[in-house]
Design a protein around this ligand. Sequence first.
Ligand SMILES: Nc1ncnc2c1ncn2[C@@H]1O[C@H](COP(=O)(O)OP(=O)(O)OP(=O)(O)O)[C@@H](O)[C@H]1O
Ligand SMILES: CC(C)(CO)[C@@H](O)C(=O)[O-]
Ligand code: BAL
Length: 306
Amino acid sequence: MPIIYQQISELRAALQPYRGQRNDKPDNAQRIALVPTMGNLHEGHLELVSIAKQYADIVVVSIFVNPTQFGEGEDFDSYPRTLDEDVAKLATVGADYVFAPNVDEMYPVLPPSTSVLAGAITNQLCGQSRLGHFDGVGIVVSKLFNIVQPDVAVFGQKDYQQLAIIKQLVRDLSYPIEIVGAPIVRAADGLALSSRNQYLSAAERKTAPVLHMELQRLAQKLAQQLTCNKQGMQGFDVLLAETHQRISDAGFNIDYLEIKTDQLGTIDTIDSSEANGNGKSSHLMILVAAWLGRARLLDNQLVTVH
Ligand SMILES: Nc1ncnc2c1ncn2[C@@H]1O[C@H](COP(=O)(O)OP(=O)(O)OP(=O)(O)O)[C@@H](O)[C@H]1O
Ligand SMILES: CC(C)(CO)[C@@H](O)C(=O)[O-]
Ligand code: BAL
C-alpha cells in the first residue's frame, strides 16, 4: 500500500533520502515522479501512475480538491472525496506515496496573496468560462512542485489547456521538471473518463459519448478538407457550426467548441501548409467543453492528416 502523508514536512522528509546528492548526480539518486489529482480516482488516473512509473523510481500521487481553482457556485463542496478507495486503487498500480493535505496545510492564508499568472493562454477556452480557474491551478501546481520537487510530473491530455499552461509555467519559472502528457483514457463507448461523469443520469450517460463521436467526425471532415482542398482552412466555419448544432441537438449546452493550433494559437495565424503539417501531420486541435445536465464535460481531438 502507498504511504499517506498529510503534512508537507513529513512528505519532504520521506522523499529526501531518494534525492541523493542530486547536483553531483550519483548513481544512487532515484528519480521522483508526481501525479497531481483531485482524487475520486478512475482508470484515467491509474494510467497516469503507470506512465509515471516508466519515467521514475518513486511515484507520488497528490490528492487535493483545490479550493482556489473553483469559482463561486461551482462544485467544490460536493466534489466526491473518496480517499480510502483511492489509496486502495493506487496500491494496484504501485504508487509509493500519497500526499493528501487538508486546505489549511496547503493554504495557511486563503486566498494566497501570490499569484502565478500563466498569460494569454489562460484567457481563452476554459479560462474564459471559469474566470480565475487557471490562477488557482497555477498556484497549487507550483506549490506541489515545490513541495515534492519531482523530476517528472504527469498530466492528462483530457485537460489539454491545463497541460499546455503547466508546460508554459515550467518553462517560465525554470522548474527542473519534465512534463509528460498522457493520452485520454476512454470508456468503451468513447466517453473520456472523468470524476464528474458520475453527475450524469443514466439517460445522460447514454448521450455523453456523442461528444467524442462528433469531434471524431469533425476531425475527419477537416482532414479531408485539408487533403483535398488547396484553399486549406476555408469552410472550417461551416463545419464547426454544423458540429455545434449536432452536439446541441443531442442535448448538450456548449461552453465552447473551437479549432486551435496544437499550441492553442488561433488558426488564422498559421497557413494551410502548416495546418496540414506539409503533408506529415496536422497541427490542429479541436477542443470542446459542454454541459450535459449537471456535468461539464471536456474533450479534444487532434486532426490527423493522412
Ligand atoms: N480520462 C482521462 N485520461 C487521461 N487523463 C485524465 C483523464 N481524466 C483525468 N485525467 C487527468 O488526471 C489528472 C487529475 O485530474 P482530476 O483529478 O481533475 O480528474 P478528472 O476525472 O478530470 O476530474 P474532473 O471530472 O473533476 O475534471 C489531470 O492531469 C487530468 O488531465
Ligand atoms: C492539476 C490539478 C490536480 C490541480 O489541482 C487539477 O487541476 C486536476 O485535477 O486536473
Ligand atoms: N481536471 C480539472 C480540474 C477542475 O475541473 O477543476
